[in-house]
Design a binder for this molecule. Structure first.
Ligand code: FE2
Length: 407
């Protein structure tokens, strides 16, 4: 970690020597690795012949046959459609809970069809017409969610989503690292599209950079924003990007989002509690649970983030990155690490021991957290990393069996 920081500073010096504006650098913020400005956020507006769509809580993905396709990154997204000519429109919105109910001013001029987590909407617009669409959860004050990271994009991810349904979760918070190998991000997109409940994802270091290259554009095109916030039932969730070092800590899209967040020192209309989630923890857990390796965000950046969260009254942080399940106190910030998405502990110990975090929201009460067994079946361990673990443990019979079940 120290060596990577030194390399970052040297590269920064080279960049400054090359005449990159310090003003631009300060405004946009730098990320490392690989050295770059903070990337562009997701796209939420679409211009189409005759009308425009603006979204809050959803972003636009590449669609089929010219049909605009949005993906929700919160349970109750909103769309505004504004027409500048009389026209007929069709659009799709994915990652929406099947129970979410559409509230609109469009009346009978709109039709909505549900298929899995996708809604397809079509309707007629008059010149100057404005159609508002908002989806609402029927019981927003009582729900459950799961949180887990570090699954890769294959069968282990599919199992984590399936297990979350078994646990009666209304949605999954994925804590990052969907991308552990070739085509993992594409497989992850397929798994997310096939999911039975919505998934909101924090970007992991492997989703941001791979072999010295940036891969985050795929993430923000198909999976979700690197930074975002939403409320449900009095709880405000904050997803923030720790996938690569940020300099200065307060700049870029993450800094802008966090600086705008209201503080719970004053009563806030609509929410009473923050749940912050990200990929890398702000501090290392006790060495007894995670070893001596440095896993956390750099000390200066972590200090800024922790101060900002605490100033706003956030008391809980959910993170992944370390492939363990544990919880500890970090100077006022209760930190849960739920990084057993590959369930390698099961392979090492020889029985199911990996866990998934469950959050329970009830009317007016703080979120209650508990750990549940992940119960990953042996045949879900199909990532090449699982094979490496079995190889290194000398479990050749298990490796051969896995080879058979995974094809
Ligand atoms: Fe990671």
């Amino acid at each position: 970690m120290k060596r990577s920081r030194r390399r970052f500073l040297i590269t920064l010096g080279v960049l400054a020597g090359a005449g990159v504006s310090v003003g631009a650098l300060y405004r946009k913020g730098l990320r490392y690795p690989p050295l770059q400005f903070d990337p562009e956020p997701v796209v939420t507006q679409a211009e189409l012949p005759g009308y425009r769509i603006s979204a809050v809580g959803a972003f636009i993905q590449p669609g089929d046959n010219g049909v605009p396709r949005y993906r929700a990154f919160e349970p109750q997204p909103r769309l505004l459609i504004e027409a500048n000519q009389s026209t007929v429109f069709t659009l799709q919105l994915g990652n929406l809970h099947p129970a979410a109910v559409l509230d609109t001013n469009a009346g009978a001029r709109l039709t909505e069809q549900t298929q899995g987590l996708t809604r397809e909407l079509s309707g007629r617009l008059e010149v100057g017409g404005r159609t508002r669409l908002q989806w609402r959860m029927p019981s927003p004050n009582a729900y459950r969610f799961t949180a887990i990271g570090d699954s890769g994009g294959g069968t282990e991810l599919q199992w984590a989503l399936q297990r979350s349904v078994q646990l009666n979760a209304g949605f999954v918070i994925h804590l990052g690292d969907l991308n552990y190998g070739q085509d993992d991000l594409k497989k992850a997109v397929q798994a997310l599209e096939a999911a039975s409940i919505p998934v909101y994802v924090a970007i992991g270091n492997h989703d941001f950079h791979q072999d010295g290259r940036s891969v985050h554009q795929f993430f923000t095109t198909y999976i979700g924003p690197r930074n975002g916030t939403f409320e449900l039932g009095g709880v405000r969730f904050l997803n923030f990007d720790t996938a690569a070092d940020a300099f200065p800590s307060e700049m870029g899209a993450r800094g802008r989002l966090i600086r705008r967040l209201p503080s719970l020192r004053e009563p806030q209309p609509g929410f009473r509690e923050y749940v912050a989630f990200t990929h890398r923890p702000l501090t290392n857990p006790p060495a007894s649970t995670a070893g001596e390796i440095e896993h956390a965000v750099g000390r200066r950046e972590a200090g800024w983030l922790r101060d900002q969260l605490l100033q706003r009254g956030a008391q809980t942080l959910l993170a992944g990155h370390i492939h363990i399940s544990t919880e500890f106190e970090d100077r006022g910030l209760k930190t849960f690490i739920s990084g057993q998405g590959l369930a390698h502990a099961d392979l090492i110990v020889g029985r199911p021991v990996a866990r998934i975090l469950v959050g329970e929201v009830g009317p007016g009460a703080p979120v209650r957290y508990s750990w549940s067994d992940l119960k990953m079946p042996f045949e879900a361990h199909c990532s090449p990393r699982g094979w490496t673990v079995l190889e290194s443990l000398g479990k050749h019979e298990d490796k051969a069996r896995l080879g058979q079940v995974c094809g």
